[in-house]
Design a binder for this molecule. Structure first.
Ligand SMILES: Cc1cc2nc3c(=O)[nH]c(=O)nc-3n(C[C@H](O)[C@H](O)[C@H](O)COP(=O)(O)OP(=O)(O)OC[C@H]3O[C@@H](n4cnc5c(N)ncnc54)[C@H](O)[C@@H]3O)c2cc1C
Length: 442
């Protein structure tokens, strides 16, 4: 049986930054376990970095103030900008055009955030992971290895069962840091239940991904690569926001066990004629049901049913007229649909059949406002893909060091409700590492 000081579940940005900081703080004998050879999230796909304390973290959840968040962001930035293919794509200093855009947004009662942004592109994804791993000098990796259970052994720490294709290995760890990402959130939630770790349901974001001829959005994305527009709808008072913009990018599927969701990315070397971005509505549930996981899964399964296992796509021209899109007219020149060629092969249909009315109301109201700020985005050819759902649905109450109610079990990253993006995940990893080093290895 192997014995380690710290076992980290997950080699995404939360796990990697935690290991990096543990090493910097002098902690040795660290092991990272990941069921995949490469983490499957944003490090590998797209790689957009947002440096603004209002994006990707919740200061209250992390129990830090703006100054500390900004300091930690600078630390994360210093690491990523050492990767040669990471390029700055949004400059916020002395950018007069940003102020103009902000004024137009304010006139339309829309909040606009333009963070400093950097990007490396999906074609550099593996290289960035290798670069980050290369910074770790003392950490061991068990890749292609899944943590399947954790149990407390009096006087010994935690017994962590790690499954490879060939065998089960037990590792004894003094401290466990769980950074399982969204893909591992539910399996860790089950392990947490066995250990008596408190958790609760968090909000999810439900919406669509727009794809449009990039000429309609270039006026904005030339100023800010991934603009953040935030809407509070008049009809329902709900929050809707734009998210993950990919100028010259592609729409892609994100595979889950029982359904597919839509997502998007961009390459660094090859651009398409389109831009895509997500428009998502934050949904929290209270009584009588707070299970946002099941709510999101039901919407996703409904779309899966309607699309025969594939996401649905509808042209704005069809949506406006209240009719489904169909294969025979999908590229109709009479309707000007040829202006935008789809980059993802979704099933033409009707997104309003699968989405709750309240969410459709919110999305359409927000899109009409956005069309006033960026005229043309609601061209008939614009594509509305659904569903796009972000499952930030599991939250672990912790102390300021991100230690759970069970001593020696820390959490970080998206899968535990501590971040929503690469930079935030890195920040939470650093906070957890500082807490672990201070409390257990000083
Ligand atoms: C297609 C796509 C594109 C994205 N693009 C961007 C972007 O451009 N910019 C951005 O900021 N964010 C982006 N994101 C979001 C980003 O990936 C996440 O915010 C970030 O990766 C979260 O980091 P994390 O370390 O918490 O989790 P992850 O990066 O998801 O890493 C968690 C790791 O834990 C492993 N794991 C889970 N459970 C277990 C287990 N039981 N045993 C062993 N290993 C386990 C998983 O295999 C995974 O590798 C994107 C996400 C996707 C899916």
């Amino acid at each position: 049986m192997k014995t380690v000081n710290v076992l980290i579940i997950g080699s995404g940005p939360a796990g990697l930054f935690a290991a990096l900081w543990l090493e910097r703080l002098g902690v040795d004998n660290i092991t990272i376990v990941d069921r995949l050879p490469f983490p499957a999230g944003g490090l590998l796909n797209d790689g957009k970095l947002n440096f603004d304390y209002r994006i990707g973290i919740d200061l209250d959840v992390l129990q830090i103030d703006r100054e500390k968040a900004t300091r930690l962001m600078q630390e994360v930035k210093a690491v990523f900008t050492g990767f040669p293919q990471c390029h700055q794509v949004t400059y916020i200093e002395k950018n007069e055009k940003l102020n103009e855009l902000r004024s137009i947004a304010t006139e339309n009662d829309v909040q606009f955030i333009a963070p400093e942004q950097w990007h490396w592109g999906t074609d550099n994804g593996k290289r960035v992971v290798e670069y980050l791993r290369g910074l770790l000098k003392k950490t061991r990796f068990f890749l292609g290895t899944e943590v399947s259970s954790i149990s407390k052994k009096a006087g010994e720490g935690y017994h962590v069962i790690c499954k490879t294709k060939e065998e089960d290995v037990t590792i004894t760890a003094r401290v466990v840091l769980a950074a399982p990402g969204r893909s591992g959130a539910y399996s860790f939630r089950d392990m947490a239940d066995q250990l008596g770790i408190d958790h609760k349901f968090g909000p999810i974001d439900v919406g669509i991904r727009l794809e449009l001829n990039r000429t309609f959005y270039d006026a904005v994305t030339d100023i800010v690569y991934d603009p953040k527009f935030i809407f509070y709808t008049a009809r329902h008072g709900d929050k809707v926001r734009t998210f993950c913009t990919n100028p010259g990018g592609r729409v892609r599927a994100e595979n889950y066990n029982n359904f597919k969701l839509v997502n998007g990315d961009a390459l660094s070397s090859r651009k398409t004629k389109n831009t895509n971005f997500a428009l998502i509505n934050t949904v929290s549930l209270t009584k009588p049901i707070s299970d946002t996981t099941e709510f999101g899964h039901m919407i996703a399964r409904q779309f899966s049913l309607l699309g025969g296992g594939t996401p649905i796509v509808q042209r704005v021209g069809d949506f406006r007229e209240g009719r489904r899109s169909s294969t025979s007219t999908f590229n109709s020149k009479t309707r000007h649909f040829e202006v935008c060629s789809a980059t993802y092969d979704a099933v033409p249909g009707d997104i309003t059949l699968g989405m709750p009315a309240r969410i459709i109301d919110n999305l359409w109201e927000s899109l009409k406002k956005l069309d006033k700020i960026v005229p043309g985005i609601l061209h008939p050819s614009t594509l509305l893909y659904a569903p796009e759902i972000k499952f930030f649905d599991t939250q672990f109450p912790t102390d300021a060091n991100l230690e759970t109610n069970v001593n020696g079990i820390f959490v970080a990253g998206d899968g535990t409700g501590k971040s929503r993006g690469i930079v935030g995940a890195g920040i939470s990893g650093i906070i957890a590492a500082q807490g672990i080093a201070e409390k257990y290895f000083r």
